[in-house]
Ligand binder design. Sequence first.
Ligand SMILES: Cc1cc2nc3c(=O)[nH]c(=O)nc-3n(C[C@H](O)[C@H](O)[C@H](O)COP(=O)(O)OP(=O)(O)OC[C@H]3O[C@@H](n4cnc5c(N)ncnc54)[C@H](O)[C@@H]3O)c2cc1C
Length: 429
Amino acid sequence: MTDRWDAIILGGGPGGSTLAASLAKLGRRSLVLERETFPRFHIGESLLPRSREVFERLGLDEKLDARFLRKYGARFLCSSTRRTRTYSFADAFDPKFEFAYQVERDVFDQLLLRHAAELGAEVRESWEAVEVLFDGSRAVGVRARPRARSEGAAPDAASAARAGASDVVELRAPIIVDATGRDTLLASRLRRKAQLAELDKTALFAHYEGVVREEGIHQGNIQLVIFDHGWFWFIPFRGAVTSVGAVVSSSWIRSRRRGESLDHFFDRTVAESSWARELLAGARRVRPVGALADFSYRIDQLAGDGWLFVGDAGGFLDPLFSTGAHLAIKGADLAATAIHRALEAGDTSRAAFASYEAEVRYAVDLFLGVVQGFYKGHFRETLFEPNQRPTMRKLITSMLAGDVFHAEKRPQWASFLRQYYPAEVPTFT
Ligand SMILES: Cc1cc2nc3c(=O)[nH]c(=O)nc-3n(C[C@H](O)[C@H](O)[C@H](O)COP(=O)(O)OP(=O)(O)OC[C@H]3O[C@@H](n4cnc5c(N)ncnc54)[C@H](O)[C@@H]3O)c2cc1C
């Protein structure tokens, strides 16, 4: 008997839906289980240009261009020195993708998931994966259930017909992919997760109207404002709304007064930065402030016998360079190729996914080293250096564009960056 699906994918965020779409393009059948009913709010709204390689191949570029604001670069602003520096993606070593998109994630994630379904993936929203099933060390399936209305989700009629609302069912496939994002369903169960202690930051975030933007082609740039307690992001969307967030140190978080609302604390945080005050002068908050603490973690293994992690389910390293969605999207695309080849060869053991693991690790560690260099201070100086060499500008721009996946031939600049800013990774016991 042949399996109904080649892979079951847990989670329908950018990682899960890109994987499902890429597998469909390779003629593979997958089932996506997504716990929520889309659209739903999600943090992580600024994309990187090199994700467009994947979007183009999946036939998503026109849909995305019709809906989202183009992002041609990134502008850094230092509140204490008042220095600013803009990096334009057109200045990268390989300027093939000179823009990315700024996306409202409720709309973007739904568009990606629907696209995967249009390409042939089976998608079940309001379905929660409860547990991955193992036969020895090999993943063989998943226990899952449709969510009931009282749990905040409304299972569609077809889902409800497949199983009673409280029924847990067993679904089987030769490959199980955990793309459950920060829930890290399988990594948490396998106890393979470690916090990145020195990146113990907290994010506060909201949406505003009337934020000051750059002009012309640069109006879609992300603006990153650095101040004493951390940094702010300003991510403009098509239309009037801008996403504004602050990533701050734990010592600043401890200064929050007893009973102080998040909205008030965020206003106080803004008041600490001259640039944030200026960009927000005259702006109006249109979404209450949310918060997320201590969000960086590493997972020591990205694949095993019959299973893989994709996107945040395999680690998260701080949003400073907006790398999360890119790692999920590019990683998912690489995972699809690895899965396709493994199934063709009839070997779905961990060894079959070694190059996938190595490639994702290389990219993650490159970004992680630079993020750590930023918080220690020296990369911050390099960003604003007054007499910055053109090669250094190209190098930083290529990194900001996400041009870090090069299995065939590593470019010199990437090796240089990794050597200069080596990632410090936690040890696993
Ligand atoms: C403060 C902050 C700011 C960020 N800013 C950016 C940014 O500007 N740009 C950027 O690229 N990234 C950013 N990120 C990171 C970005 O949010 C993630 O990297 C990205 O969403 C990862 O995609 P994913 O598909 O792996 O996971 P997700 O997008 O989280 O998707 C996982 C999906 O799995 C579903 N799920 C969870 N558990 C289950 C289950 N048991 N069963 C079924 N489904 C389940 C969830 O409902 C969700 O839809 C930011 C992150 C943080 C914390």
